[in-house]
Design a protein around this ligand. Structure first.
Ligand code: NAP
Length: 531
């Protein structure tokens, strides 16, 4: 084996997590190599190039904070950045910190096996038979394994078949075409208004409607940007103290303790402000069913006010708790259903029977399309990790260990899989927080742990089973106090993937998570075992 294939740390993935991990571990003097399946950096923002792809976190927050020079020199053009600009930022970071020389692109890691005699991980990619490393870091992303639904005849379709999560790199021209979109989650809600503008006709196949709040995106307010940059550190610290590490003012009042008029005017203000802070309109929307119902009513009224056809409006009104699935943020989504060239089909009432050569057939009708877009989401949080064949101590497969759900400690480590770490893994705040903030916190934690191992001449670290059991119980107890587990089939609990164990995966509450991590470190890495 060539020396080139032996490293201290292998990082899998060159999205925002992998890039910062490379930067940080290099600083420890470690030999680091990154494998990336795509041909460029950026992860989510490399793959999700569908029309309208845009971040739902404010641009001034959705960026790295590890380098003050970087955060001062970069300027965002809009309040919410679009995919091309975020990808440009990722490339800028890669160039600025000379990252690409240690990233092997177009290379997918297929397998990892822990060798107990040497305490090393032996890996295999689709390009090379063997690499050897002491530490493995999964920077594989929470929403990176796209979900292709098993619908009969999918391979028969002769038109253009697209998936929002794996969009082509060359421009897709919908001009004058007949287009079908399956799915009405965030990706669909962002892309449908733009596809509708271009296409001759668009038919949307909806299984479950979703709640969406207008983004009210706008050009960046340069005065505001300058003000933030004057004291970026304090701005970041204030945001990190918020439940999702996203800046929002949480109204301390209960939705049930104010008059109807006052409640509606608070919701109206939030609606006009736009975006995810709508969920913070009152303190109890996420924890009290009656309070939640007032928010549901408000959004239903909005939908009915926007959509001209009452039947279509009714189809678009979700009949679930608001926020138990990820709240969507849109530009002109509901308005799009007033267009003459757009139709909505309820596939709960008339299910898709099969895909045909020229379109698809439901129980009620046949449709013909030039292009069919699958906006059907991801095998979230565990999908990318489990798509590798990972064998730990005693040849145990991670897939077997996680048969009943992804048991782990802090969303970082798994007993029996020493020296293997996850960034924003299941059991950490990840998708319920500002991802870049969560990534930096995780990478810093892992870097400190590696430093501790090296300084103390330890060979390996892993979490103990007791700590894992307690951790998973805590994650679920916290979720149980909220409406996240109130019956909607969200990807947070794996319900969108047939056969996936039903376990709530993210940790709710970024500040309390950080506090717990800090306590554990202070307590000599309680719950971890070193040898
Ligand atoms: P998603 O929220 O999981 O939505 C997938 C859609 O496809 C759902 O409407 C689902 O219906 C439907 N679907 C799945 N399988 C189907 C089948 N077999 N037949 C018919 N319909 C099917 O996926 P997504 O829209 O890609 O979004 C995933 C997550 O990515 C978001 O929640 C968000 O966290 C992130 N995201 C963020 C942004 C942003 O920053 N603005 C944009 C895009 C995505 P059911 O609901 O009935 O299962």
């Amino acid at each position: 084996m060539s020396k080139k294939n032996t490293t201290d740390v292998i990082v899998i993935g060159a999205g925002f997590a992998g890039m910062y991990a490379l930067y940080k571990f290099r600083k420890l003097g470690l030999r680091v190599r990154v494998y990336e399946a795509g041909s460029g950096v950026g992860g989510t923002w490399f793959w999700n190039r569908y029309p309208g792809a845009r971040c739902d976190v404010n641009s001034l927050e959705y960026s790295y904070q590890f380098s003050d020079e970087l955060q001062q020199e970069w300027s965002w053009s809009e309040r919410y950045s679009a995919q091309p600009e975020i990808l440009e930022y990722a490339n800028h970071v890669a160039d600025r910190f000379d990252l690409t020389k240690d990233i092997q692109f177009d290379t997918r890691v297929l397998a990892l096996e822990y060798d107990e005699t040497t305490n090393l991980w032996i890996g295999k990619t689709d390009k090379e038979d063997k690499f050897v490393t002491k530490f493995c870091v999964m920077a594989t992303g929470c929403l990176s394994k796209h979900n292709v639904p098993s619908i009969d005849g999918l391979d028969q379709f002769q038109g253009e078949l697209l998936h929002t999560g794996k969009w082509p790199h060359s421009p897709v021209d919908f001009k004058g075409k007949s287009v079908g979109v399956i799915g009405t989650g965030s990706s669909a809600i962002q892309s449908i208004p733009i596809i509708a503008e271009q296409a001759g006709s668009l038919t949307v196949f909806q299984r479950t409607p979703n709640f969406s709040v207008p983004a009210h995106n706008a050009p960046m307010d340069k005065t505001h940007e300058a003000k933030v940059k004057e004291n970026y550190q304090e701005f970041r610290a204030q945001n990190a103290a918020q439940p999702a590490a996203i800046r929002m003012t949480i109204n301390p009042d209960s939705a049930l303790d104010v008059s109807e008029d006052e409640r509606v005017s608070v919701f109206e203000r939030s609606w006009q402000e736009g975006g995810l802070p709508f969920a913070a309109s009152f303190s109890d929307i996420g924890i009290n069913l009656d309070a939640n119902a007032t928010a549901v009513d408000f959004v239903h009224q909005k939908i009915r006010g926007i959509v001209n056809d009452p039947e279509v409006a009714q189809m678009l009104c979700p009949q679930t708790v608001i926020g138990c699935k990820r709240l969507c943020v849109d530009t002109d989504y509901y308005e799009t259903f007033n267009r003459k060239n757009v139709d909505l089909v309820d596939i709960k009432k008339t299910p898709i029977k099969n895909i045909t050569e020229s379109g698809l057939r439901t129980s009620a009708a046949e449709y013909k399309f030039d292009s069919l877009v699958l906006a059907t989401g991801f095998d979230a949080m565990t999908g990318a990790i489990l798509s590798m064949d990972i064998k730990g101590r005693d040849n145990e497969l991670l897939a077997d260990r996680w048969k009943a759900g992804p048991k782990n400690y802090l969303g970082l480590t798994v007993n029996g899989f020493p020296n293997l770490f996850m960034i924003t893994g299941p059991g950490s705040p990840s998708v319920l927080s500002n991802m870049i903030v969560a990534i930096e916190q995780h990478v810093n934690f892992i870097a400190n742990l590696l430093e501790f191992i090296l300084k103390n001449d330890k060979e390996k670290v892993e979490s103990n089973l007791n700590a894992e059991n307690n951790w998973v119980e805590l994650v679920n107890n916290i979720a149980g106090q909220t409406l996240y587990t109130s019956g909607c089939n969200s990807w947070y609990i794996g319900a969108n993937i047939p056969g996936k164990p039903s376990v709530f995966m993210p940790y709710i509450g970024f500040p309390s998570y950080v506090e717990k991590c800090n306590e554990i470190v202070k307590d000599s890495y309680r719950g971890f075992e070193f040898s």
